[in-house]
Write a protein that binds this ligand. Structure first.
Ligand code: ATP
Ligand code: MG
Length: 463
């Protein structure tokens, strides 16, 4: 060691001991456990298998309708949501995680992703490559809400957007896709609630009337509604205060005030749904909690959930691109609350089959067996088999116990005798039957015995 290095080492060492002794002193007090932030959760392996299936099925259905994935950042300029979701919405006024980025711009953890997708669409001029863009995303969203079952501060959405077509057939096809998806997940007890919130023109007229109607009753309403009545009357329909509901039930509804074009658009949507035999319930007070919606709005609720029964929501947003500085581009999309969807899937018993259990537990007896065992493990894994190779030498009885506990389909035993004969023992853990198989024949042997689909990492909930 050079002298300078020795000096550095000495300094580091003394710093370490000082820190360590302080640490030692602190240890006399009980160590405070560090827990996940309120409203956020760890999803443990026992839970993530359902999540993976929900996501795999989503990707499969979305791909079959020719949607392509887009990944946008979790952090966005605050202005993006203020301008698109709307400054009077609950999301923007109460629920966003917003911070000043070390004195620079104001940033926000995305509370939803439609605004981000449209920002990306405009920023990268995606409209130049293809007029019609069918995009989907999966990922975490952040809203500072009161945590409860089905409502978290970090939650996950699976969403899709169709940009570039005003056609009501878009609305119908996307809803059909959602029915197909929920059906594949084994969800039965769900309801599609449907409404139209009109376009910029007819809604402006309607809002004038709504404002007048609110003049007479707002004094009896909650503080939020009194403010909404002034700033953004449509948001009154987001109110969850029990005492306000009878008043809200008597307010005029937008569905009665649609212009001719919006009325025709809505009736084409309902007609399309009828033709495809997709059941819906027209719900005139469904406005959705975001300002950018135009025309069709919808929500799907599930009877398998409790109070937070809304599994997904969406609608049209024909003006959003322009709001964000892009060309006029009609849009239609939805966001599924994945946390709630997982709860619903679990509660209707359509959880995962044991599709992720170990297929082969590879027992090596003696150090000379490790090398061929590792070679076989690598070979089988490259074929997509789920293989567990113990890290430490274990007695046969104990190793078999572990294979059992892991629910392994087969245990392969490689010991001195097997190395000498060049044939490994393979035990079928469900029948107890044992056979001798040469290592080169092992992959084929397993292929013949394991059901199709096992080993490809993809299971199906509908099976
Ligand atoms: P809610 O009325 O339940 O607050 P929302 O109208 O705010 O829902 P959207 O913004 O439309 O919800 O988001 C679509 C879906 O995302 C919802 O239907 C729901 O399943 C899910 N979702 C929204 N907020 C949360 C949350 N805090 N925790 C878990 N899931 C959520
Ligand atoms: Mg909400």
């Amino acid at each position: 060691m050079k002298p300078t290095h020795r000096l550095e080492f000495a300094i580091h060492y003394s710093l370490f001991t000082i820190e360590n002794s302080q640490f030692q002193n602190d240890v006399t007090k009980p160590i405070q456990l560090i827990r996940a932030v309120k409203g956020t959760r760890d999803l443990l392996p026992s839970e993530t298998s359902v999540w993976q299936r929900v996501e795999e099925e989503a990707r499969r259905v979305l791909a079959s309708y020719n949607f392509h994935e887009i990944r946008t950042p979790v952090l966005e300029p605050t202005e993006l949501f203020a301008r698109s979701v709307g400054t009077d919405t609950d999301i923007v006024t109460k629920e966003m995680y917003t911070f000043q980025d070390r004195g620079e711009e104001s940033l926000t953890l995305r509370p939803e992703a439609t605004a981000s997708v449209v920002r990306a669409y405009v920023e990268h001029s995606l409209y130049n490559s293809d007029r019609l863009q069918k995009l989907y995303y999966l990922g975490p969203m952040f809203r500072r809400e009161r945590p409860q079952k089905g409502r978290y501060r970090q939650f996950y959405q699976i969403g899709a957007e169709v940009l570039g077509s005003e056609s009501p057939t878009v609305d119908v096809e996307v809803l059909e896709m959602l029915f197909a998806y929920l059906g594949r997940l084994g969800l039965q007890d769900f309801r599609l609630l449907l409404n139209s919130v009109g376009c910029g023109r007819c809604r402006a007229e309607y809002v004038k009337g709504l404002r007048r109607a609110l003049e007479d009753v707002k004094a009896q309403m909650c503080a939020d509604c009194q403010r909404r009545a002034e700033t953004n009357p449509l948001r009154v329909f987001d109110c969850k205060v029990e005492a306000d509901q009878p008043i809200i039930a008597r307010l005029p509804v937008i569905l009665d005030h649609l212009c001719l074009e919006c009325r025709q658009h809505f009736s084409s949507v309902t007609q399309g749904l009828d033709e495809r035999q997709l059941r819906y319930e027209v719900t005139p007070r469904l406005v959705r909690g975001l300002d950018y919606y135009t025309r069709t709005t919808f929500e799907i609720t599930s009877g398998a959930l409790g109070a937070q029964n809304s599994v997904l929501g969406g609608g049209r947003y024909d003006g959003l691109s322009e709001i964000l500085g892009g060309p006029p581009t009609p849009g239609f999309g939805f966001a599924i609350g994945e946390d709630r969807l997982v709860l619903a899937v679990e509660s209707c018993g359509a959880g995962p089959a044991n599709g992720q259990a170990v297929e082969v537990y590879l027992i090596w007896m003696g150090h000379e067996a490790l090398k061929p065992a590792a070679k076989l493990a690598r070979r089988l894994r490259s074929e997509g088999r789920r293989v567990e190779l113990p890290y430490d030498l274990t007695k046969l009885k104990k190793a078999m116990g572990i294979a059992n506990k892991l629910n392994a389909r087969f245990a392969v035993i490689i010991g001195e005798a097997e190395l000498a004969s060049g044939r490994y023992q393979v035990k079928d853990m469900s029948t107890g039957q044992q056979e001798e198989v040469e290592p080169d024949r092992m992959a084929g042997f397993l292929r013949d015995r394991l059901a199709p689909g096992e080993g490809d990492g993809v299971g199906s909930l509908s099976r």
